[in-house]
Design a protein around this ligand. Structure first.
Ligand code: SF4
Length: 61
């Protein structure tokens, strides 16, 4: 088993617009269009216990 820092503590994790409990937007990359019919691009929605190799620790205010 490996130990990873999770999205919850990542500087790119944004919960301001995602009100669904433990989920948030990952803002590491620009938003992308999921289908040709989309009028707006989307950021990936991730769970706070997800992780990826781009993790960057939040800076304290
Ligand atoms: S997916 Fe990666 S970059 Fe995005 S919030 Fe989670 S750890 Fe950070």
């Amino acid at each position: 088993m490996t130990d990873h820092s999770t999205c919850h503590d990542c500087t790119y994790f944004d919960t301001k617009e995602e009100k669904d409990g433990d989920r948030g937007l990952c803002r590491f990359n620009p938003p992308t269009f999921l289908t040709e019919k989309d009028k707006f691009a989307h950021w990936p929605i991730v769970a706070d216990n997800d992780w990826c190799g781009h993790f960057e620790e939040q800076k304290s205010a």
